[in-house]
Design a protein around this ligand. Structure first.
Ligand SMILES: *Cc1c(COP(=O)(O)O)cnc(C)c1O
Length: 365
């Protein structure tokens, strides 16, 4: 089919079915609209899925990061080491706790925090390390965990894009304190929503207190907290999505494998041996001609997106940190080259072939 005859292929497509609609109606009919039994049920199912003892539902992935940082005692004067190549919430959640984000450059292989650069960035003020499993590809979190254990630093995984991804035989979000997002474009959704995963009883207890105004007893506030609670309507959607997440992840992986087999004209994403990459994004690299290729894809009826065009250390709100050009060269080169193509479970085999054929036609190495 020609571009004029095919429906536009969007970069993302949330999947909401009849079960989600029925589950939401049940919650509305029950009159339990705030955090209640559905949230508890969702927490249990999600904790089992990740392979941890506790999951704490909150109202966004950003909330998950802030609550997790505060549960680990991160506050003013503390430094948290993270990647400069991520969505802004990775760094602004640290700033929201009064702490300072300290960036280390990324590994060009997987575009995730390079553990080899970690030790040089650690100071007496370092409180935590926050790797991001960008696009659903695991950061080298087993190595990072060893360093954190040796130095008694908290390990907080930004797993907002990595539901069900695996490294060293375990699900991400089970190495340290895991933070997931259920925003509509993620691998599964609750509408807005997020969750924290942990095996640590004390961290879990603190997360539950902090998400509910810092109160353990009603109207007595021993900790600083705000309203980060999940709503039961959102938890009900999440519960229905749990029946599908593995099928959807497998569809993403199959689509990504087909794209990588068919695409010849650009650099395709790499997967480290033994890792399970869940392809929240399928991101190719186009140094030099990205804008022209993106326009040609649009013309051919294929959505694409740049994740992310500006590295965090160059964002206007981070200027006071004083990082100029060349501060983190691998992240800066990635920001100039990356382009995400559709990989979501709604693609049919002919969509995948059309995307690959179009890229091969419009992009040249
Ligand atoms: C989506 C995302 C977040 C924030 O999640 P929200 O639910 O949108 O608040 C944080 N970090 C990364 C890497 C993300 O992709």
């Amino acid at each position: 089919m020609t571009a004029a005859h095919r429906p536009f292929i969007p970069i993302a497509k949330p999947l909401i079915g009849d079960e989600e609609k029925r589950a939401v109606m049940e919650v509305l009919d029950s009159g339990q609209l705030a955090q209640g039994a559905r949230t508890e049920a969702f927490e249990r199912v999600f904790a089992d899925y990740i392979g941890v003892t506790h999951a704490i539902g909150v109202n966004s992935g950003t909330a998950a990061l802030i609550v997790a940082l505060q549960a680990h005692g991160v506050g003013p004067g503390d430094e948290v080491i993270t990647t400069p190549f991520s969505f802004i919430a990775t760094a602004t959640s640290i700033v929201a706790c009064g702490a300072t984000p300290v960036f280390v450059d990324i590994d060009p292989f997987d575009l995730n925090l390079d553990p080899g650069l970690l030790e040089d960035a650690i100071t007496d003020n370092t409180k935590a390390v926050m790797p991001v499993h960008l696009f659903g590809h695991p950061a080298r979190v087993a190595e990072i965990r060893e360093i954190c254990e040796d130095l008694e630093l908290a390990l907080i995984e930004d797993a907002a894009q990595a539901h069900g991804a695996e490294h060293a035989g375990r699900r991400l979000g089970s190495f340290g304190t895991g933070c997931f997002s259920f925003y509509p474009t993620k691998n599964m959704t609750t509408g807005e929503g997020g969750i924290i995963t942990t095996d640590d009883d004390e961290v879990a207890r603190l997360c539950r207190i902090i998400r509910n105004h810092g109160q353990e007893q009603r109207y007595r506030h021993d900790y600083f907290g705000l309203n980060w609670r999940m709503q039961d309507v959102n938890a009900a959607i999440g519960l229905a999505q749990m029946d599908h997440i593995e099928g959807w992840n497998n569809a993403r992986i199959a689509n990504a494998e087909a794209l990588s087999r068919l695409i010849r004209s650009v650099e395709t994403p790499r997967v480290r041996e033994g890792d399970r990459h869940v392809f929240h994004q399928y991101t190719v690299r186009l140094p030099g001609n990205r804008d022209a290729v993106q326009a040609a894809l649009q013309e051919a009826g294929i959505g694409s997106a740049v994740h992310y065009p500006i590295p965090i250390h160059h964002q206007p709100i981070m200027q006071q940190l004083g990082f100029g050009e060349g501060s983190f060269p691998v992240a800066e080169a990635a920001a100039d080259a990356v382009l995400s193509l559709p990989v979501h479970p709604s693609l049919g085999p002919e969509d995948v072939e059309y995307i690959a054929a179009t890229i091969n036609r419009v992009a040249t190495r």
